[in-house]
Design a protein around this ligand. Structure first.
Ligand code: GLU
Length: 458
């Protein structure tokens, strides 16, 4: 069985890079009818794990990703880590190191002066004497002194580290007894039965250390998939300036979660040239072996394009439900329902959809100044006044397109001579859905009163 996990360190919110890792792990587990587990890496007790977990749960809920079983909190597992540190000590695979800070610093300085790589010199590795007093020891693992640590990464291929170049008898428990990062990850991944570790390639340099620990602890080594970073369009590290970082900010900006997931699954993975994926299709096709080995690049336009696609194709009910997030209750308001349906053809996000719908639903309070300057001339203002009179006399049938054509014919005008002034009168703006559709939705009374108001204004 394939068991994957997502193991965020609590930063207070779920980052979009994190969501992509979670999505990949989730999809791979689902594709194999396996399990996807969630572990909060909150051993740094100064941070609030509950809040972080809530933020992650909220984001998972919004995106529809779900994890199996209960969330595992590392902060509740110190006893377990301690037990495994003791096991390694008793088997002689780890040892207490009593080197003082001063001694460590002096050793480092000397190594640097001799142009050597700073590393622990192994002083206590085979120490049999009486330990110095007054020092709380750390625990170090006996790392291999020579040879290679190699593994097959599912994304990057064969990876190997030379023991003597890279490795050290690194610390697995600090002098206050708390376990270090790599140690907890290995113990947990092993005890949680994780078979496939999918994570950011910023963790690649941790992997040889973790492999040493798997071997020392006698645990089976999982498969590793190190996913390249998401860069900004300039190829640099993604920052807040390039897009939102907190997943929930995308919700607040009016993105649909399926658009965000679709966007993320394609950042660094592809299936032919398919761009649109439902969650079921992602589950059917996703394979971490096909993750791109080079970094991907964040593309806001693509995300907006996907969002527009999903808004256009969502059910009306879905759109109404989303609009509720922005305090706009469409359901049951016939005009709002019609308008929202009409407008989602052109809305980039739900915020815009709500704004456009509201803008047309209510009589404009002001008129876009630039549009007025551009489209309202003495001539067109005159046409508009004539048009208003004509509508008052002939408008009862409510067939605005026909009546308008009659008016245009009678006056030897073209629609473009009055279309923009009408649009501004009805909506306050020079961009809107087709004007006859707007007229149909708001109805005769509103059409006349808006035209009336505007002709007085100009
Ligand atoms: N807690 C780590 C992070 O948030 C992930 C650890 C892992 O996936 O092995 O970057």
């Amino acid at each position: 069985m394939v068991v994957t996990r997502f193991a965020p360190s609590p930063t207070g919110y779920l980052h979009i890079g994190g969501l992509r890792t979670a999505l990949y792990s989730y999809l791979w587990a689902k594709r194999n009818s396996g399990k996807f587990l969630l572990r909060i890496e909150d051993t740094d007790l100064k941070r609030n794990s509950i809040e972080a977990a809530q933020a992650i749960e909220e984001a998972f809920k919004w995106t529809g990703l779900s994890y199996d079983g209960e969330i595992i909190y590392q902060s509740q597992r110190f006893d377990i880590y301690k037990e495994y540190v003791e096991k390694l000590l008793s088997e002689g695979k780890a040892y207490y190191c009593y080197m003082s800070k001063e001694e460590l610093d002096a050793m480092r300085e000397e190594q640097i002066a001799n142009k050597q790589r700073p590393r622990y010199n192994g002083k206590y590795r085979d120490f049999k004497g009486t330990p110095p007093v007054g020092i709380e020891p750390v625990v170090r693992i006996k790392a291999p002194l020579s040879g290679e640590i190699a593994f097959e990464d599912g994304v990057k291929g064969h990876i190997s580290f030379k023991a003597e170049d890279i490795l050290d008898d690194f610390i697995i428990a600090r002098s206050d007894g708390t376990p270090t990062y790599n140690f907890t990850v290995v113990v947990d991944d092993a005890l949680m039965g994780i078979t496939d570790v999918i994570r950011g390639d910023d963790h690649l340099s941790n992997t040889p250390k973790q492999i040493i620990l798997y071997e020392a602890l006698g645990f089976k080594i999982p498969k590793f998939f190190h996913v390249p970073m998401i860069n900004n369009p300039q190829g640099k590290k993604l920052s807040k300036r390039d897009g939102a970082m907190d997943v929930m900010e995308y919700k607040n900006m009016g993105f649909l979660s399926e658009a965000l997931l679709n966007f993320l699954v394609r950042l660094g993975w592809s299936h032919g040239d398919q761009e649109i994926f439902s969650l079921n299709e992602m589950i059917k096709f996703f394979n971490p072996h096909n993750i791109n080995a080079s970094a991907s690049s964040y593309n806001q336009q693509k995300l907006e394009w996907l969002n527009a696609h999903y808004i256009k194709n969502a059910s009306s009910k879905r759109v109404w439900h989303e609009a509720l997030n922005f305090g706009f209750d469409i359901k049951g308001n016939k005009n709002a329902e019609l308008l929202a349906d009409m407008l989602r053809e052109r809305a980039k996000n739900i915020v815009q959809l709500v704004e456009m719908t509201k803008a047309i639903l209510n009589e404009p309070e002001s008129y876009e100044q630039k549009a007025v300057e551009k489209f309202v001339t003495p001539l067109s203002a005159g046409y508009l006044k004539d048009y208003l009179l004509f509508l008052k006399e002939h408008g009862e049938s409510g067939d605005f397109e026909n009546i308008t054509n009659e008016f245009l014919e009678k006056n030897e005008l073209k629609l473009k001579d009055i279309a923009q002034p009408i649009r501004i009168a009805l909506t306050g703006s020079s961009v809107s859905p087709p004007i006859f559709e707007v007229m149909d939705v708001i109805g005769q009374k509103a059409v006349l009163s808006r035209l009336e108001k505007f002709t007085k204004f100009i």
